[in-house]
Design a protein around this ligand. Structure first.
Ligand code: ZN
Length: 331
């Protein structure tokens, strides 16, 4: 593989990266030996001119909103991942329009992430070598409104007897949201889980009975008790339960850190380990847990970051990538 190394180093002198910097990684296989010059020349002539590898990502994006990034190449690559907000996201490799492509759906939880420049790092193996591409993505401040809600007092000040249960459920939820599988089962636009309108949006700073309690980490849909809930993405059920705050809940992993959450259900029709297709019924909406009335809370967690799912119902990966910047990281 040494020829690729030399070939690449020669050409990299003429390449300039604006917001991405590439680290020449370690060689995985191969070594120096006789015939290096011959192999180098051979590579120059044998390598098609269009054999390039590139990354696509937004230069800036709003806090709380989901975005797509892509790694694509004319030649195959392995073990692709992207690291964002300290979380490495394992990616799938799929046939693309011009070779191979990997997609990630990412975002930032408005509660935990601040506006400003953030590192976005791509890693992949190609031609037997590891590559790392360091990029920067600017997150723009976005103001989300305040929302005052009246709920049962025990949902703001839970009795001490429930403390252990609440803690255990939080741990189960965190573990479910950390699920990281390689196969991409999420496709855009997602299917609407119920047909009702949005009654409360993501990002609202919530004040329960006059007490501030963080941010709304999902989208509320109007849904009468008993309305069938459909999975927005295909995936695998990773957690079900009847939890103190979220009521009857289902968590579905759709790959690459994309996890759907359904809260306050009246009936759960799936169990842990079940595979669900896009649009498949996972249960019925209800009024369990911390609620002001019957509705469906749909949460979308992307590599551990709760994002606003609502705009995704109207868009697609192709549309999201359209105006984004593409940088060639290997010629
Ligand atoms: Zn909600």
């Amino acid at each position: 593989m040494i020829e690729i190394f030399l070939f690449e180093r020669t050409l990299s002198l003429t390449m300039a990266f604006k917001s991405c910097a590439r680290t020449a990684g370690e060689k995985i296989a191969g070594g120096r030996g006789p015939g290096v010059i011959f192999l180098l020349l051979w590579t120059f002539f044998a390598m098609p001119a269009f054999a390039s590898t590139s990354v696509t990502f937004p230069e800036s994006w709003d806090l709380g909103q989901a975005f797509v990034v892509a790694l694509s190449s004319h030649t195959s690559f392995d073990e692709p991942s992207v690291t964002w907000q300290g979380q490495a996201v394992s990616l799938d490799v799929e046939p693309g329009r011009e070779g191979y492509v990997s997609y990630a759906l990412l975002g930032s939880y408005v509660r935990d992430v601040r506006a400003g420049e953030h590192p976005l790092v791509f890693d992949f193996v190609q031609d037997g070598r590891r590559f790392r591409v360091n990029c920067t993505l600017g997150l723009r401040m976005r103001k989300y409104p305040e929302e005052h809600l009246k709920v049962a007092d025990k949902m703001v000040n839970p009795p001490k007897s429930e403390a252990a249960r609440i803690k255990k459920e939080a741990q189960l939820a965190t573990t479910a949201r950390r699920t990281m599988t390689v196969k991409r089962r999420w496709t855009t636009p997602p299917a609407r889980p119920v047909s009702g309108i949005f009654t409360s949006s993501y990002g609202f700073r919530r004040v329960y009975n006059g007490v501030p309690r963080g941010y709304h980490a999902g989208t509320d849909f109007r849904a009468a008790v008993g309305t069938s809930i459909r999975a927005p993405f295909a995936g695998t059920v990773v957690l079900t339960g009847h939890h103190y705050y979220s009521g009857k809940s289902v968590y579905v992993d759709s790959g690459n850190g994309v996890i759907s959450l359904f809260f306050h259900m009246s009936e759960i029709d799936v169990k842990k380990g079940d595979t669900v297709e896009k649009g498949q019924i996972v249960g019925k909406s209800g009024a369990t847990g911390r609620i002001t009335g019957p509705h469906l809370h749909y949460g979308l967690s992307l590599a551990g970051q709760y994002v606003d799912a609502a705009p995704l119902f109207e868009t697609s990966v192709t549309a999201l990538l359209k105006d984004m910047k593409t940088e060639i990281v290997r010629p």
